[in-house]
Ligand binder design. Structure first.
Ligand code: FEO
Length: 172
């Protein structure tokens, strides 16, 4: 059984994952209308992953005798300036999510809720990978600079950059 404090903290994370999904969905749509097809596909996929993170939390809360509540969401912005700035925002957003997961883990320790603590280890590992992914992409963007050919290749290849490939990049 979840304590009220853990339930509230988990519901807060459900909202953050839902908002993350909306942020990346907005990025996907912006990239699509800019003709950045590959980047757009990458963001649509990323948005789906955030929804999966949210659903996993909802199931957990309800299975443990809590009530996962669905709240209204902060609307994401609709214009991201340049794709470089957009990926910087993605990175900053993931840092924010990691902090939120860490705070949540802290609450479970305070409440001596080791089952939830254990469940959250998946998210801790996922955030390491998501940050690595975002950093890998930013490194590639820096290498391209203003080179149009580089941008063409980046847009073509970004869909192949997965959390798995980014994680192995950083361990090389
Ligand atoms: Fe669910 Fe990208 O954090």
């Amino acid at each position: 059984m979840l304590s009220k404090k853990v339930e509230k903290a988990l519901n807060g994370q459900i909202r953050i994952e839902a908002e993350s999904s909306q942020v990346y969905l907005s990025m996907a749509s912006w990239a699509e209308v800019k003709g950045l097809e590959g980047i757009s596909q990458f963001m649509y996929k990323h948005s789906d992953e955030e929804r999966m993170h949210m659903l996993k939390l909802i199931k957990f809360v309800n299975e443990r005798g809590g009530h996962a509540t669905i709240s209204d969401l902060k609307a994401p912005k609709t214009d991201f300036g340049t794709f470089q700035k957009m990926f910087q925002e993605l990175y900053d957003h993931e840092i924010f999510v990691s902090k939120s997961i860490n705070d949540l883990v802290h609450v479970t320790l305070e409440e001596k809720d080791y089952a939830t603590h254990n469940f959250l280890q998946w998210y801790v590992a996922e955030q390491i990978e998501e940050e690595a992914l975002a950093r890998t992409i930013l490194d590639k963007i820096n290498l391209i600079g203003n080179d149009k050919g580089g941008l063409y290749l980046f847009d073509r290849d970004v869909q192949q950059i997965t959390v798995e490939s980014a994680a192995s990049d950083t361990t090389e």
